[in-house]
Design a protein around this ligand. Structure first.
Ligand code: ATP
Ligand code: MG
Length: 398
C-alpha cells in the first residue's frame, strides 16, 4: 500500500506575503534530509508538505525520524494513500485498521474534506469510515468524547489519506529564516541546548569553542565536536566550529591577576573573542547556554560585567530555565549522554576557589589592566581555526 508523510506547518501559517519564502526553506530542509533515505517526491499544498516515496527502496522510518528534526513542522502523520472514493477509503481502512488499532478499545473517526466537490460531507465520510473500522477490528467500539485513538480521513486535492494519529513535529521556524548566530559551545549540557533552541527559532548556527591545550585534552575537543555534530542535525546538517586556544591568556591571568577574578576576566576575553569571530563569520548575535544564578559567573551582576564586551545581542535562551528543564531538552535532542562524559573544559582548569558572584566593574577593570587585553585577544583570534562537522561523518580532531 502506498504511504505518505503529511507534514503540517506550524507558525509559517501566520506569515503573510513572505510565507512562500518560509515554505521554500522548509522544503529545502526536507529534501536534504530525504536525500539519504532514497527517492521521494516532496511538494506542498494546503499548508502541508507531502513526502511521498517513489519506490520500494525508500526508507520511510528513517525519513520520518529525520522529518521530526526539521523546524517549521508542527505535526507529522504517516498516512495510507487511497483513491478519492468511499469504496477505496473503506478498503484501505479495512486493510490498515487491524494492525494500527490492535489492542485499542475505543476510537472515533474525524473526516476532513478540503475538496468540496467530493459527494459526501465530512459527517457522512466519518460514518462510513467508522463502520469500516468496526467491521475490521473485533471488539472495538466508538467513543466520540474520549477515544483512545482518532482515525482521520482527509479528502484532499489529488487523493484521500487515512491515518491513526500524528507525531509531534519539531515546531519552530525553518532554519535560515532568522539570521545567523554564533554559539559559544562548551562541552557541558547547557550550550548544545541553547544552540538547539535558537536553531528552532530559525537561526542558522555556527559555533566557537575555547580550549586550553595542553590543560584540556584532544579528547575533550573531540567530545565538543561530537556535540556539534548532534546539534548539526537541527542546523542544515552542518556545524562550523571555530576553535580558539585560551592557554596563553589563562597563563597570563594566573601569573598576574587575583584568583577571585579569574573566571570573570576569562569570560570577558571569551566574549570579546567570540564577538570578533562573529564579525568574521557574519553572525548577528552571540548565543550562550547561561542560566541565571546557575554558577557565580551567571548572576545578573556577573553577566553585566561580561555582556558589554559584545557589540551585538547576546541571546541566552536557557536563562530562565531550571537545570532540570535544560536536562529534559538535552535528553530529548540526544545531546545529554555526550555532555555528561567527563572531560575537562577550559573553565574548569584554573578555577578560583572563591569566584566573585557580585563583582564590581571597577575592580574587574583594575585586574584587567594588568594585562594587554587587546593584544591577547588579537593573538587568540590569529590562532583560531575551523572544523566543519556533518551528521554521519567521522570526526577528525586536528
Ligand atoms: P554546564 O553547566 O552544563 O557545564 P555550561 O558549560 O553551559 O553548562 P558554564 O561553564 O558556566 O556552563 O558556561 C556558561 C556558558 O559559557 C556556556 O553555556 C557556553 O555558552 C559558554 N562557554 C563556557 N565554556 C566554554 C568553552 N570552553 N567554549 C565555548 N563556550 C563556552
Ligand atoms: Mg561548562
Amino acid at each position: 500500500m502506498k504511504e505518505v508523510l503529511l507534514c503540517k506547518y506550524g507558525e509559517i501559517i501566520l506569515k503573510g506575503a513572505n510565507r512562500r519564502y518560509f515554505e521554500d526553506l522548509l522544503l529545502r530542509q526536507l529534501k536534504r534530509k530525504a536525500s539519504v533515505h532514497g527517492q521521494f517526491n516532496i511538494h506542498k499544498a494546503q499548508s502541508t508538505v507531502y513526502v511521498e516515496p517513489l519506490d520500494q527502496g525508500a526508507d520511510m522510518d528513517g525519513m520520518l525520524a529525520d522529518a521530526c528534526k526539521v523546524f517549521g513542522i508542527i505535526s507529522i502523520a504517516r498516512a495510507a494513500v487511497c483513491e478519492k472514493n468511499m469504496e477505496s477509503i473503506c478498503q484501505t481502512i479495512r486493510a490498515v485498521a487491524p494492525a494500527a488499532l490492535r489492542g485499542v478499545r475505543t476510537f472515533k473517526v474525524e473526516a476532513k474534506r478540503s475538496d468540496k466537490r467530493f459527494p459526501l460531507d465530512s459527517m457522512e465520510i466519518a460514518a462510513e469510515a467508522g463502520a469500516a473500522v468496526l467491521e475490521s477490528v473485533p471488539g472495538i467500539r466508538v467513543d466520540v468524547h474520549h477515544p483512545e485513538v482518532t482515525v482521520r480521513v482527509e479528502v484532499r486535492e489529488y487523493a484521500a489519506y487515512v491515518h491513526a494519529g500524528c507525531i509531534k513535529g519539531a515546531g519552530g521556524m525553518p532554519v535560515g529564516s532568522n539570521g545567523r548566530g554564533l554559539l559559544l559551545l562548551s562541552g557541558g549540557i547547557d550550550s548544545p541546548v541553547a544552540g538547539y533552541m535558537m536553531a528552532k527559532r530559525g537561526m542558522t548556527m555556527e559555533a566557537i569553542h575555547f580550549e586550553s591545550a595542553p590543560y584540556t585534552s584532544p579528547m575533550a575537543l573531540e567530545k565538543v565536536l561530537r556535540l556539534a555534530r548532534l546539534v548539526a542535525e537541527y542546523n542544515n546538517d552542518e556545524m562550523i566550529v571555530h576553535v580558539v586556544s585560551l592557554t596563553h591568556i589563562q597563563e597570563e591571568l594566573v601569573r598576574n591577576c587575583e584568583e577571585d577574578y579569574f573566571t570573570l576576566l576569562l569570560r570577558r576575553y571569551m566574549m570579546s573573542i567570540a564577538d570578533r569571530c562573529a564579525t568574521m563569520c557574519h553572525c548577528e548575535a552571540l548565543v550562550t547556554g547561561e542560566s541565571l544564578g546557575q554558577v557565580a559567573s551567571q548572576t545578573a551582576e556577573a553577566i553585566a560585567v561580561t555582556d558589554p564586551l559584545a557589540s551585538r545581542p547576546v541571546f541566552r535562551p536557557a536563562i530562565g530555565l531550571d537545570k532540570e528543564e535544560i536536562v529534559e531538552i538535552a535528553r530529548r535532542i540526544g545531546t545529554f549522554d555526550t555532555s555528561i562524559e567527563p572531560y575537562e573544559d577550559c573553565c574548569t582548569v584554573f578555577t578560583p576557589r572563591h569566584p566573585r558572584t557580585r563583582p564590581e566593574l571597577s575592580k574587574v577593570l583594575a585586574q584587567e589592566e594588568k594585562l594587554d587585553f587587546s593584544a591577547l585577544v588579537d593573538e587568540a583570534v590569529a590562532g583560531m581555526y575551523r572544523v566543519v562537522v556533518h551528521p554521519g561523518q567521522e570526526i577528525l580532531v586536528p
